[in-house]
Write a protein that binds this ligand. Structure first.
Ligand SMILES: [Fe+2]
Length: 262
């Protein structure tokens, strides 16, 4: 078998090289990974998915930023509120200096409406009834003017409608236990004068019982100095207290009871 002339071999080699170049040129691009945005049609969503990661990151950042901002705002708001808002009037209990002499408190009628199961509480406006309010600051002493600690103080009185709540709520009734200074506190509604059943009125009053170890040590009542029915009701020695105005519809009454020795 004879060899082709050199010119023919060169043509064949050129032809083979050209064919190979065409093959590479045609197959190369098909092996490239498709662009998500070019061919598939849905890629925008996929990309958005990737972007969602970025969005998530942004969300985390926003959340953190928001949290920090919220905390800062809260702190700032609290401080600002504390600096600018007037303090809520509160019961003060035994805040006055101790007296140098003490005389035992005179007793007064208990009446028919006392109950032994009043809950211990400061706010006696259980039914959130409208009416003038009283902060009652109390102190219990003995005849040596020493605070009586751990005594039970029961307070009950008529509601603004002039009735005693005998339901289980005991609206306008409650119990306190004297603290280390002999102090006790109540916030309640001011009672009105109510009918005496004989065509007249009883001056408005608060009923009190003081107990130690379950034993009644004092039963009394207090009245209000500005009550128009006062003279028709009270007798010498009754406990008449002044209402110190705090704001519209809110006043303060200070009571001090002295127990006689047993
Ligand atoms: Fe009464």
């Amino acid at each position: 078998m004879s060899k082709p002339p050199p010119s023919v071999r060169r043509r064949d080699l050129l032809a083979q090289s050209f064919a190979l170049a065409v093959l590479v040129a045609c197959t190369g691009p098909e092996k490239e990974p498709p662009s998500p945005t070019d061919d598939t049609g849905e890629p925008t969503g996929d990309d958005s998915g990737d972007d969602t990661s970025a969005d998530d990151t942004s969300g985390e950042t926003a959340t953190e930023t928001g949290g920090e901002t919220g905390e800062t705002a809260t702190e700032t708001g609290g401080e600002t509120g504390g600096e600018t808002a007037e303090p809520e009037p509160a019961c003060e209990g035994a805040s006055e200096p101790l007296p140098s002499t003490c005389v035992s408190t005179s007793g007064d009628g208990e009446g028919p409406y006392y109950r032994t199961e009043y809950p211990e509480r400061v706010n006696l406006n259980v039914l959130e009834e409208a009416g003038d309010e009283l902060l009652i600051d109390g102190r219990l002493l003995d005849e040596r003017c020493k605070p009586v600690v751990g005594a039970t103080v029961d307070l009950w009185h008529a509601t603004p409608k002039g009735i005693y709540d005998m339901s289980g709520d005991y609206h306008c009734s409650g119990r306190a236990v004297t603290d280390a200074q002999g102090g006790f506190c109540f916030r309640t509604l001011r009672p009105p004068p109510y009918s005496n059943g004989m065509g007249g009125f009883l001056a408005a009053h608060l009923h009190w019982n003081v107990l130690i170890g379950g034993e009644k040590r004092l039963t009394t009542q207090t009245y209000f100095a500005d009550d128009p029915e006062l003279d028709a009701t009270t007798k010498p020695g009754d406990l008449v207290k002044t209402v110190e105005p705090i704001s519209e519809g809110l006043g303060r009454v200070r009571v001090e009871f002295v127990l006689r020795p047993r």
